[in-house]
Design a protein around this ligand. Structure first.
Ligand code: SF4
Length: 438
């Protein structure tokens, strides 16, 4: 029985001491122009927090809650260390005893952690742990990162690779499912591991899925030799946990492929490790436009002052931001929570992009909702709020069918040339569809 759950994680980050030193040097040479005041609406729709400029570019404002957490549980850690993403990664909570020091674990959580035998390790950054402190076991964010016994119940419909990604993988690390784009899995490392992760078969572990430069080279070679690929999504694991140097090496290689028009990064780092979004990183990223980013976000409580600063830095670097959210039972499966989340995202310049039905990954039954729940949420948003605030609800079809959008029934039927439509209030309208092709 191992109490240390993180047994064999593929340790890519944190970056080398040389890299950390390089980052510090780069920061010290930045112009000392004051950044504009950032006005952010956090939490409750009406609460406004004004973030004043800081003198040091690499510093982050720390929310009062997180500040109190640091003082209580990491009293010898300075604010500068706390705001150092390397420190955050080095000091991730990976052990039942470390976690029990800061959170009153339930018997269920304690047993699940102590007997952990599944592939997905426990890891939570101290920053993200500060969002869990003092909350009960049903706290939405806590449920997404702390294992419970239900994680070990496997239903017949569940699978290690429910999306059949391995079947669409021409070379290790590449998933080529759609005609013009590929998914490039660049690392198995994440700052914090989500208990419902679709790729729990490969994240947080070495061995079969070990990531290496040789593997990157093979993947790049495949993209180079496949002219139909115009869009590359870097994912994993979390690409933003790579060092600036490694990430830039990848981006520059991809930018040199003439048929690759568009680069994207899928990441949860701005939410679980916002300190990573440094000026040095954003300066590097902006050299590789058009570069877009999909941010994995789950609950409005994640939209802290720190996360808002990270997203602001990315937006200011010209990176369009979209969100990806997994619909999770007891976490975000009601209209009000999703409305708060989507409104909060728009306020920090992140466009709600996808709402995913939870994939039937092994041990996910306690997270999965009915499809009707998702449709009701979309129905409760569409028309009642800004169109930009309504994500596209999709099922990633098990077996490899790709994303299939789901919409409530707005087309009721047809009478002659008229289409009968139902609006957001349930009222019926006719559209004269006179241009019907014969
Ligand atoms: S951040 Fe993404 S890849 Fe990493 S554990 Fe969470 S869902 Fe999986």
């Amino acid at each position: 029985m191992a109490n240390r759950v993180c047994l064999n994680e593929d340790i890519e980050p944190p970056g080398s001491p040389a890299e950390a030193a390089g980052t510090a040097r780069a920061s010290s040479t930045l112009p000392r122009k004051a950044s504009p005041t950032l006005r952010v609406l956090i939490g409750a729709d009406t609460a406004t927090r004004v973030i004043k400029p800081l003198s040091g570019y690499s510093r982050y404002h720390i929310s009062p809650r997180t500040h109190a957490f640091r003082k209580r549980f990491f009293p010898s850690v300075s604010q500068a260390e706390w705001n150092d993403w390397h420190w955050q990664l080095r000091n991730r909570i990976q052990d039942v005893h470390e976690l029990a020091r800061i959170i009153d674990l339930t018997d269920d959580e304690y047993r699940a952690l102590s007997n952990h035998s599944g592939p997905l390790p426990l890891a939570i950054t101290p920053y993200y742990a500060s969002l869990l402190d003092g909350e009960g076991p049903q706290h939405p964010i806590r449920r997404t990162v702390i294992p419970v016994a239900a994680e070990y119940l496997h239903s017949p419909e569940e699978a290690d690779d429910p999306l059949g990604e391995e079947n669409d993988s021409p070379v290790p690390g590449i998933v080529h499912r759609y005609p013009d784009r590929v998914l490039f899995l660049v690392t198995g490392f994440c700052a914090t591991y989500c208990r419902y992760c679709t790729r729990s078969r490969l994240v947080g572990r070495a061995g079969e899925y070990g990531f290496s430069m040789a593997r990157w080279e093979k993947a790049l070679e495949y993209i180079e030799k496949t002219p139909s690929v115009r869009d590359v999504l870097l994912s994993g694991g979390d690409p933003l946990t790579l060092s600036d140097e490694k990430l830039e090496w990848l981006l520059s290689r991809l930018r040199n492929i003439t048929h690759v028009e568009f680069l994207r990064i899928g990441t949860k780092v701005p939410i679980v490790l916002p300190q990573r979004i440094s000026p040095a990183l954003t300066r590097m990223l902006r050299r590789y436009h058009p570069l877009w980013m999909s941010i994995h976000v789950t609950h409005p409580d994640e939209l802290t002052v720190e996360a808002a600063q990270a997203c602001s830095r990315l937006s200011d670097a010209g990176i369009p931001l979209g969100s990806q959210t997994v619909l999770l039972a007891g976490v975000n499966d009601d209209i009000e929570t999703m409305r708060r989340l989507c409104h909060g995202l728009l306020r920090i310049r992140v466009r709600p992009y996808y709402l995913y039905q939870c994939d039937p990954i092994k041990g996910s039954s306690h997270f999965r909702t009915s499809i009707e729940t998702g449709l009701n949420i979309i129905q409760g948003l569409r028309g009642f709020t800004t169109g930009y605030a309504v994500p596209t609800y999709v099922i990633d079809a098990p077996g490899g069918g790709g994303k299939i959008p789901l919409l409530p029934e707005y087309v009721v039927g047809r009478e002659g040339n008229d289409v009968i439509l139902r609006n957001y209030e349930g009222r019926l309208f006719r559209y004269p569809d006179c241009a019907v092709s014969s």
